[in-house]
Design a protein around this ligand. Structure first.
Ligand SMILES: Nc1nc2c([nH]c(=O)n2[C@@H]2O[C@H](COP(=O)(O)OP(=O)(O)OP(=O)(O)O)[C@@H](O)[C@H]2O)c(=O)[nH]1
Length: 323
């Protein structure tokens, strides 16, 4: 009888995101191989005894002729995916320092592509979170307490001027529904002026009221009531998670990212128990989507969050107040 355990053994795959002038090197997989005909990032299996970085340098040289300095590689995301016929762990690293001119050494067509132009359906299914990770920033800004619409908008405008975050979650649980809608209407203008995408915070109805928003961030209590993705695919769907089970639910909803924490003790949620980096790492290693660490973190923690497998850091304090 066939050994099912052996058949399902996970293949460790080194995946390279090679960036030049904001574009990423993409190849087309040959028709006859696994997931053949689809687009892919260069890479291949990590050989026994090889580090993932070594494997990347080797695979990129074999496939494209480019030379990647091993020390230039930075972690992007790790994705476990079961294709049914094969389980893979895509270990994704990026570099902006590859040397040489890329050529398809195995006859495969190559192209340099903007992450915004990558379509999920052109890549193997496991690549969806990689595309999300490349489009998302490493800092996700969340607004602090907003008690009055006008005051909140002014504070948003000056915080955006100081920090210019690409994406802002406008969170204002102290406002009633009508005031929140007014806040979002004004904040949309402020964000457009400053070039930031606005993610509304709450249940699906807040997005229905603001369908032009860049996305919807679901607090866990809202996410827990849903069984499918509540908004269209072009908008960001985020979920606040506090344990691995909640991350699993967010994945089933088709979330594009989650926030996870509190990683450290935080002044904004003094009663919440912090999880620490080791538990963050463990949960993130099983999460097939970008995870922002949250709770007592700021820009100085982005590197650590990424080393632990995360997308970066989400937070309030580092950008919202002047001091
Ligand atoms: N290189 C690469 N592999 C990917 C991507 N996405 C994805 O699911 N995979 C999967 O990861 C595995 C990588 O295998 P590969 O065939 O490229 O590796 P390899 O060159 O070492 O394989 P070989 O020795 O069998 O030819 C395949 O199952 C492939 O479907 C991707 O973006 N790049």
């Amino acid at each position: 009888m066939a050994d099912k355990t052996a058949a399902k053994r996970e293949t460790h795959v080194a995946v390279a995101v090679i960036i030049r002038d904001g574009r990423v090197l993409i190849a087309r997989r040959p028709k006859h191989v696994h997931q053949g005909g689809l687009l892919e990032f260069p890479g291949g299996k990590v050989e026994p005894g090889e580090t993932v970085q070594r494997a990347l340098v080797r695979e990129v040289a074999e496939e494209t002729g480019l030379k990647v300095p091993e020390s230039s590689l930075e972690p992007v995301i790790g994705i476990r995916h079961d294709y049914g016929d094969k389980c893979v762990f895509l270990d994704v690293w990026q570099t902006t320092s590859a040397k040489g001119e890329a050529e398809g050494r195995e006859g495969q067509p190559l192209a340099w592509m903007l992450p915004m132009d990558m379509r999920d359906q052109d890549f193997p299914a496991a690549n969806r979170p990689i595309i999300r990770a490349l489009r998302l920033p490493s800092l996700l800004a969340i607004t602090g307490d907003i008690e009055k619409v006008e005051q909140g908008c002014e504070q948003l405008a000056s915080a955006l001027k100081r920090w210019s975050p690409p994406l802002v979650v406008v969170r204002a649980p102290l406002l009633n529904g009508g005031d929140y809608r007014r806040l979002v209407a004004s904040a949309t203008r402020v964000c457009a002026r400053e070039g930031a995408g606005l993610i509304v915070h709450g249940g699906p109805s807040v997005f229905q009221d603001a369908p032009e928003a860049a996305g919807l961030h679901l607090p866990w209590r809202e996410a827990s009531r849903l069984s499918s993705r509540p908004i269209p695919g072009h908008a960001w769907l985020g979920v606040s998670c506090h344990d691995a089970g909640q991350i699993g639910h967010a994945v089933r909803l088709g979330a594009d990212y989650v926030t996870f924490g509190p990683v450290k003790a935080t002044a904004t949620h003094p009663d919440a128990v912090s999880i620490g980096w080791p538990a963050f790492r463990e949960s993130v290693s099983m999460a097939p989507l970008p995870v922002f660490g949250l709770g007592g973190l700021g820009p100085g923690d982005v590197l650590r969050a990424r080393q632990e497998g995360g997308q970066g850091v989400a937070g309030i304090r580092f950008w919202w107040s002047e001091n």
